[in-house]
Every structure is written in C-alpha cells, then in structure tokens.
Design a protein around this ligand. Structure first.
Ligand SMILES: Cc1cc2nc3c(=O)[nH]c(=O)nc-3n(C[C@H](O)[C@H](O)[C@H](O)COP(=O)(O)OP(=O)(O)OC[C@H]3O[C@@H](n4cnc5c(N)ncnc54)[C@H](O)[C@@H]3O)c2cc1C
Length: 431
C-alpha cells in the first residue's frame, strides 16, 4: 500500500500491510505521537498507523477528571513528577510546553479554562470534546487508526519491524512507537503488555512497577472507615523510621468504606508504597488542622486556655472539622469534646495534639491497578534519547507516555507528560 489514506478507515477496513510508523497503543500519548508523526513531513504523507486493542478508543481520556478531562495544568515542571531524574523529565516537557497543549487543542476548537487549582479543563466540561479533537487531528494528519487491533508481538525483521495482531494480521513498519501505557485501569486495555515488548528489545524495567494515585486501604473496623463520605483538608506526611519528613502534601482527604482517598492520599500513595519496601518503619501521619504543626497547635491550645478558657474542642474546631470527624478524633484522644480548655489536663491536651496534628494511620495496602490513575515505574528515561524518545537499545523503536518511568501528581500532569513525550516521539519517528 502506498500513500496515506485520505480519511481514517473505520473498523473492518483493510489495514496497510506496510507503514512508515506503527504506533502501538492509541491512548493519549499514542494519539499525540501518531498526529505528530503524520504532521512530521507535510506533503510527503508518511504512512502512520495507530493500533489499539480497545473496542472503544480513549477510555481513559473519557473517564479523566470525572468525565471533564483535566487536560493539563497551567504551571508544569519536573517537580510535579517522580520516577526518572528531574533533568531528564524537564528536557522532554520543555519540548512541548503547556502553551503548545493549549494551542493544539484550540486549533481543533477546544478552548481550555483554568480553575482555581491551576488545572485546565475544556470549557465544555466534557472529555468527549478532547477525544474528538484528537481523533480529528489524527484524521487530518493522515493517520490510519485501527481498533480493536491488539498487538500480540513485535519483532525486528531486517530494517523493519513485524507487528502481529492477536488475530494474526501483520504490519511491517519502518519505525514503531510503543505507547501502550502502564498497568493502571487494566480494563481500559492498558494491562502492561507493552513492558513485554520493551524488554524483548533489551529494555529494563524499574525494580518496582506499582499503582500510583491510588486510594489506600485501612483495616476492618478502623474508625476513619466509619466516617465514609466525610472529606477534610489535611496535611498528609510520610515520615521515615528515623523521624524525617520524606514528603508531605496538603489537600482533601476523603474517608471511604475501605479506607482513605482524595487528592492528598492519591498524591502520597506512590511514596507510601515505595517506603513500605525501602523503609518499613516509615509512617503516614495526618494533620487535620493544616497548616498548623503539632507544636504550633499545642501552643495555640495553651494560649486559648488562657484567652478563652471556656472554649471547648467542639467550638475550637467548629469551622475547621466536620463534627463527626471531630467526635471520632476526640474519642481517639479520650477527651470529651465538651471539656473546656480550662479543664483540659496537660496530658489530655497532648493527646489531642497528637490525634489532631500527627494522627498515624497504618494502611494495609492500596486498592491496586484497577483503581489507580497511573503507574509508578516502567522503562527508565535513561534508556531513551530524550531529544527524540528513540530507544537506546533498538534503533527505530520509540517510547512515550506512561510506559516510561515518569508519574505525575494529580492535576493534569500525567496528560501533559503524555502530550509532550508523544509529540517528541512522533515528530522523530515520522521524520
Ligand atoms: C480514572 C482515571 C482518571 C484520570 N484522570 C486524569 C486527569 O484528569 N488528568 C491527567 O493528567 N491524567 C489523568 N489520568 C492519567 C492519564 O489518563 C494517563 O496518565 C494517560 O492516559 C497515559 O497515557 P498513555 O497513552 O501513556 O497510556 P494509556 O492512556 O493507558 O493508553 C495506552 C493504550 O494502549 C493500548 N494498548 C495496550 N496494550 C496494547 C496492545 N498490546 N495492543 C494494542 N493496544 C494496546 C490500550 O488499549 C490503551 O488505549 C487518569 C487516569 C485514570 C485511570
């Protein structure tokens, strides 16, 4: 087959048996990679085929941000990510900054609005408009989209790659882009198969490949599980066995019937999971009255007992803690919430300070990949050339998106990584 198809073939069309570029995985990173590969040589019409095992494309884009798709964040830099080294992440992000994302979507009629948190969403509040824009961009870039087309194997054959589907169809491609994602939300089709393709080409994986941005489980009968549905702003700290604060974050914590969720918990989950391996004595502490530290809280309570001796725990926390949570914490500290500060013994005050300001939770685990938004770990960035995302192990192979060892915090950072790394990989593979 020669030349690019004039429009995106729908399912059932005969696939090209030869392609310049085959993109494996048409999620966020793969679609962007296919678009940039298609655009890489305008007029020459590189034959770009994007293959995806899913029946319905873009499952993760559609569920993202509660169906509104948090496309990116107004300020993105390497400190918003973990995994590979900061300079490596910075280099890739710099090649396709947030302004380019905004411009790209605007080109297809998707205006983005910035919310108070700095997150950018489509003004339509609908993830569908984001997916439609990507599909239109792919069509206009001459990309041939094939799905469901589950890749079963990919192997080097002479100066090309033989890509074979689960049904036995074959595509010979000069270049291959691996954009198969990680293992989060496996029912969407991202089940980690791409790791097998990468390692078969000589790549390694980080020693841990774990769920990230994932809720944490608390043991049966834990008092916070009884408060299912209650959300509170809290500081969550991961403290090493030697007492050092390894990382901390302040945001909403949501009590659920299984344990804890909410952005603060999701953001710290990958750090907690890794600490379980590396420093089993590390602990997770919640401070329910941020930004107050335990010492400052103690001082504040002492001052209140002088200035307002009739203040009670209930009145002291009224505007800051949901009442049910306050009652649970008071019970845990063995303090009657109606006790006035004047009556409060030193011991009782210390117990309250510990419970309100440094409450230790001991999760039994996380909810696993089916409930994780992203994967921590994967192919180290050190194994790709950052200016092109080409593999250092196999010329002609490119990698982008979540398959790589880069994971962002909540806020649109993971999509920005997908857009940036996908753009670079596609531009280079299509050139
Ligand atoms: C519930 C949820 C909400 C999220 N919300 C946000 C958000 O609002 N903002 C944000 O920035 N990030 C969000 N994320 C994270 C974001 O979706 C991912 O970081 C991003 O989708 C990763 O893009 P990717 O293309 O690398 O991988 P994926 O999106 O996982 O795409 C990989 C694709 O490869 C395909 N594939 C895998 N193996 C094969 C194979 N063997 N053959 C063919 N195809 C294959 C899969 O079907 C899939 O379509 C969310 C994630 C989840 C799960």
């Amino acid at each position: 087959m020669s030349g690019a198809p004039s429009s995106v073939p729908t399912n059932g069309d005969v696939p090209p048996d030869r392609a310049d570029v085959a993109v494996i995985g048409a999620g966020a990173a793969g679609l962007m990679a296919a678009i940039s590969a298609g655009r890489a040589q305008p007029g020459r019409s590189a034959r770009v085929v994007a293959l995806d095992g899913a029946k319905t494309l873009g499952a993760k884009i559609l569920v993202a941000g509660g169906g509104r798709c948090n496309v990116t964040h107004h300020a993105v830099d390497e400190r918003d990510y973990a995994g590979s080294t900061a300079p490596a992440i910075r280099k890739v992000l710099a090649a396709f900054p947030v302004a380019r994302t905004v411009e790209f979507f605007a080109e297809f009629g998707v205006e983005l609005k910035r919310e108070e948190t700095g997150k950018l969403f489509p003004t339509t509040d609908s993830a569908r408009t984001v997916l439609d824009a990507l599909l239109r961009a792919a069509r206009e870039a001459g990309v041939s989209l094939r799905h469901p087309w589950r890749v079963a194997s990919v192997a080097r054959e002479g100066d090309a790659f033989r890509v074979v589907s689960a049904e036995g169809e074959t595509i010979l491609a000069r270049r291959v882009i691996l954009a198969t994602g990680g293992k989060s939300l496996p029912k969407s089709g991202s089940d980690g198969a791409g790791y097998g393709f990468a390692t078969a080409f000589g790549h390694t994986l980080t020693s841990r490949v774990i769920p990230a941005l994932v809720p944490l489980l608390l043991p049966d009968g834990h008092p916070l599980r009884e408060l299912s549905g209650i959300a509170v702003d809290a500081e969550v700290r991961l403290v090493s066995s030697t007492g050092k604060v390894l990382t901390k974050t302040t945001n909403a914590v949501l009590c659920t019937h299984f344990g804890l969720s909410g952005p603060a918990i999701l953001d710290i989950s990958r750090h907690w999971s890794l600490a379980r391996f590396d420093d089993p004595g590390a602990k997770l502490e919640l401070s329910f009255l941020p930004p107050t530290t335990p010492d400052a809280l103690d001082a504040q309570m002492m001052a209140t007992s002088v200035a307002a001796p009739r203040e009670t725990l209930a009145s002291f926390t009224r505007t800051r803690l949901p009442e049910r949570l306050m009652r649970t914490l008071a019970a845990l500290a063995n303090v009657d919430p109606a006790t006035t500060f004047r009556q409060l013994s030193r011991d009782a005050r210390k117990r309250l300070v510990r419970t309100l300001g440094a409450y230790v939770v001991e999760p039994t685990g996380d909810r696993g990949f089916p409930h994780a938004e992203v994967t921590a770990g994967g192919v180290p960035l050190a194994e790709v050339r950052l200016e092109s995302m080409e593999s250092r192990r196999m010329p002609g192979l490119f990698l982008c998106g979540e398959i790589l060892d880069v994971d962002g915090r909540i806020g649109g950072f993971n999509f920005q990584w997908a857009w940036a790394s996908g753009w670079v990989a596609g531009r280079s593979a299509g050139a």
